[in-house]
Design a protein around this ligand. Structure first.
Ligand code: CTP
Ligand code: CA
Length: 226
């Protein structure tokens, strides 16, 4: 006779996830980008929605279906992503920044297709805004979760990003690990917390890992008692 108790620890909470690469246009037919598949971010959004969160997925260009119950906002550049994230920041409970945001963009966007010449050429690059750092500076009650994809000294770089960007959690992965990195369905990560813990997870499917990471954060924050 008892109704099955459904565990929705994020019910009534808004979770904002960013995912995928950004594209920084050089001219109408060319851009600078990276190999991010978006799979980890989409898995995080899927897990948040399954736990009852109102979930907004701000996504760079990727070829993945929208997870069930998730509102997707497509964006292209780092500047677009910044705008979309800020629009949804104020009332967010958790922001998860899985996106691989381009660090640099071309200083000028050529209005016409650039023509080749003999010999070498150069494209002048300028920095994009660090979205996560901006969020860290404006943080009120939001929990900020970053990602760090590293090829070396992963934990040290991860810890320094947690500190510099005023994050609550950072999910660190060594992209040189054959089970991790861009494009794979599996990932192997360590979660660093604002309380100084370092929690290493076995290699597993990104969808499974996303659930466990969120559950760990929910437990750490005592959100499951809500
Ligand atoms: N990030 C961001 N905006 C940027 C660059 C990065 O929000 N312009 C976020 C990423 O989404 C990620 C975290 O910052 O959650 C770390 O990104 P990463 O590229 O690992 O670190 P950077 O600070 O860019 O440093 P570097 O690339 O030099 O390692
Ligand atoms: Ca970067």
């Amino acid at each position: 006779h008892f109704a099955k108790k459904v565990d929705l620890p994020l019910k009534g909470k808004k979770v904002v996830v960013t995912a995928g690469p950004t594209r920084e246009r050089i001219d109408p037919v060319r851009y600078i980008s990276n190999f991010s598949s978006g799979k980890m971010g989409y898995a995080m959004a899927e897990a948040a929605a399954a736990m009852g969160a109102t979930t907004v997925l701000i996504s760079g260009p990727v070829d993945l279906p929208v997870p069930a119950g998730v509102q997707r906002i497509p964006v292209e550049s780092a500047a677009d992503m910044l705008d979309a994230v800020l629009t949804h920041y104020e009332d967010a409970s958790i922001v998860i920044k899985s996106a691989a945001v381009a660090d640099y963009k071309p200083k000028d966007q050529h209005p016409q297709k650039m023509k080749k010449n003999d010999g070498e050429t150069q494209i002048e690059l300028v920095r994009t805004t660090d979205i996560l750092k901006t969020l860290g500076e404006r943080k009120k009650n939001q929990l900020l979760v970053g990602f760090a994809a590293e090829t070396n000294d992963a934990l040290a770089y991860g810890q320094s990003k947690l500190n510099k960007k005023n994050l609550d959690y950072i999910i660190v992965n060594d992209v040189t690990d054959p089970a991790g990195g861009f494009g794979n369905d599996t990932n192997v990560v360590t979660l660093l917390t604002h309380t100084g813990q370092s929690i290493a997870f076995e290699a597993m499917q990104k969808r499974e890992l996303a659930k466990i990471l969120l559950q760990t954060i929910i437990k750490e924050e005592g959100l499951h008692t809500n």
